[in-house]
Design a protein around this ligand. Structure first.
Ligand SMILES: C[S@@+](CC[C@H](N)C(=O)[O-])C[C@H]1O[C@@H](n2cnc3c(N)ncnc32)[C@H](O)[C@@H]1O
Length: 340
């Protein structure tokens, strides 16, 4: 840790109301909203070099590297343990006790830390797919082990588009507390906004330079997406009834063009070029990097470091900041009983 106290965008609050740790910290998608809520981050871990640099640039602190090499003694006691951990299958062999069956996976190290430091609250986040991962075994193993560690667990899939962001991004949130079951129903939601209100007026836009089709009739879907059209190439026509080629299911995701009257699809992780095309003011273009960070709810003062490919990857890996803040607000009220 190299605490730098000058010229950083997101300094710790002066009179902190609670403490937290930021595991699998990425670029700090948990840290921004929890600091805004009065939390002081007392430890962070992230082993990707580029993410570490972005984290240091914005928070003035280099996260500890590989969590599998962490000596748990250096982690201070804390109120909330935050982790947007990578999702991996477990090999459950027979009836093992404790969380031995997760040994060799990253969540194992989180369990070990929970056992050692006994945080008041465990705040986990993952892709929606975790619900179905490994025949639903991954999620039930996590919940079971948290229960064995003495936590009452509550979980729900939330969508960034319900928290003021124009992005259809569904993520599972898992909350554990020693006594109280977290009530997701108390989280305040907002109407879905339109992507058009979040776009740059000026920037170096990348326009689609190949033939495409825009549909006459565009309907808003339940998700908030408006399927506007498609790139003409690589449309799968085999086995599709004539005249129905434009239906969304016959197009692979990257071929689809969405209207800015609706929301944007989830920014993908492990994506280095910004995959989706948008239909905006009569033209088809990609989101700019700045727009990607905006539709994840990163404040303008978040400093963008690294090359474009890294910036796309990092934001796709991150979390929707206002969604984490809305959950954090309720954690503070319901579980930490801080009523400010
Ligand atoms: C889904 S991302 C979490 C992103 C983060 N929530 C954010 O707001 O940007 C998972 C992160 O875990 C990191 N990671 C994976 N294995 C790790 C390990 N063994 N030790 C530390 N970090 C690790 C990855 O580099 C990645 O940034």
């Amino acid at each position: 840790m190299l605490p730098i106290k000058w010229d950083i965008s997101f300094p710790a609050p002066e009179n902190p109301e609670f403490t937290f740790i930021d595991l699998f910290a990425g670029i700090g998608g948990f840290r921004i909203p929890l600091q805004e809520l009065g939390g002081k981050c007392v430890f962070s871990s992230e082993f990707n070099y580029h993410a570490q640099r972005a984290y240091e640039y914005n928070f003035g602190e280099v996260p500890f590297g590989d969590i599998t090499k962490l000596n748990l003694d250096i982690v201070p006691k804390h109120d909330i343990l935050c982790a947007g951990f990578p999702c991996q299958p477990f090999s459950i062999s027979g009836k093992m006790k404790g969380f031995e069956d997760t040994r060799g996976t990253l969540i194992y190290h989180v369990f070990e830390l929970i056992e050692k430091r006994q945080p008041k609250v465990v705040f986990l986040e993952n892709v929606k797919h975790l619900v179905y991962h490994d025949n639903k075994r991954t999620l039930s193993t996590i919940v079971q082990h948290l229960a064995e560690l003495g936590y009452v667990v509550s979980k729900k899939v939330l969508n960034a588009s319900d928290f003021g962001l124009p992005q259809n991004r569904e993520r599972i949130i898992i909350i554990g507390h020693k006594e109280t079951k977290f009530d997701f129903a108390k989280i305040k939601k907002k109407p879905k906004p339109a992507l058009k209100d979040f776009l740059d007026k000026e920037n170096e836009f990348e326009y689609l330079d190949e033939p495409y089709t825009i549909l006459d009739e565009q309907k808003i879907q339940d998700s908030g997406l408006v399927f506007a059209g498609y790139r003409n190439k690589t449309i799968r026509k085999a086995g599709v009834r004539p005249g129905t080629e434009h239906l969304s299911r016959v197009h692979k995701q990257p071929n689809r063009i969405y209207s800015t009257e609706g929301v944007h699809p989830a920014l993908p992780s492990q994506e280095s070029s910004g995959r989706f095309w948008i239909w905006h003011e009569g033209e088809v273009r990609k989101l700019t990097i700045q727009e990607c960070y905006r539709i994840m709810g990163f404040p303008n003062k978040f400093k963008l470091l690294n090359n474009k490919a890294e910036l796309y990857k990092q934001i796709g890996n991150s979390v929707a900041v206002p969604m984490i803040k809305a959950v954090g607000e309720q954690i503070k009220k319901q579980l930490l009983k801080i009523e400010k």
